[in-house]
Design a protein around this ligand. Sequence first.
Ligand SMILES: Nc1ncnc2c1ncn2[C@@H]1O[C@H](COP(=O)(O)OP(=O)(O)OP(=O)(O)O)[C@@H](O)[C@H]1O
Ligand SMILES: [Mg+2]
Length: 244
Amino acid sequence: MIEIRNLYKSFDGNDVLRGIDLTIADGETVAIIGQSGCGKSVLLKHIIGLLRPDRGAVVVDGINMAEAKEKDIYRVRRNIGFLFQGSALFDSMTVLENVTLGLRENGERDKEKLARITLEKLALVGLRGIEKVMPADLSGGMRKRVALARSLATEPRYMFYDEPTTGLDPVTSDQIDALIEDLTAKLHVTSIIVTHDMFTVERIAKRVVFLHQGKVYFDGRPEDLTRSNDPINRQFLERYRLLA
Ligand SMILES: Nc1ncnc2c1ncn2[C@@H]1O[C@H](COP(=O)(O)OP(=O)(O)OP(=O)(O)O)[C@@H](O)[C@H]1O
Ligand SMILES: [Mg+2]
């Protein structure tokens, strides 16, 4: 379970998060939306302990990430798979080395096991026969899938996706959406998806959180957001429907 209470974060006078309250129960699939620069990635980085709050609490599985020791932050982070904005694959490593990075960091050395897990996770994202390929030789959609396989390799209980379809063409975006939908159903993990794409929201999430001016402006069902007459909700939706 993730509990965020009264979270504040500024960077050099830029007040990005201004009192975020948000609780996410185990097994939920939640989409986070909001205009570019509103703090969606900053919020995710607090939940994985990459950023520390100025004020407030971020509690993951009972550990307050705001004041936790490095060792406890690391323990929490091992349960979280993170698909970064951009695929962030290491270009100097093969697909196999990329996929097994987290496992190797956790001390796994058994080559056969690493190879087996790689095949298994690549199959989960619809890829095979590319273990030895270098990321530069893959398409954008395939890189995304490899990054996804990598974040699944450690069998996380939480999956965070930061703009999983940005920069992909519509057909590939659709495939990645379908894959995430499939994975959320299959893996019984708690998922947070940051996106600009309302189609992604409606397809995958049962709950959507709209950040506006550093706060949670809407928190509810996607269909209630799309039906909302609130002018700020409407303005956001109209803008991003056009962009979608
Ligand atoms: N480490 C940092 N140092 C200084 N400013 C930062 C840092 N990280 C984020 N910011 C600022 O915080 C604000 C929110 O950034 P964030 O990346 O969370 O936006 P976002 O909602 O994810 O946007 P996008 O949809 O474009 O990804 C931006 O103004 C950004 O410049
Ligand atoms: Mg972002």
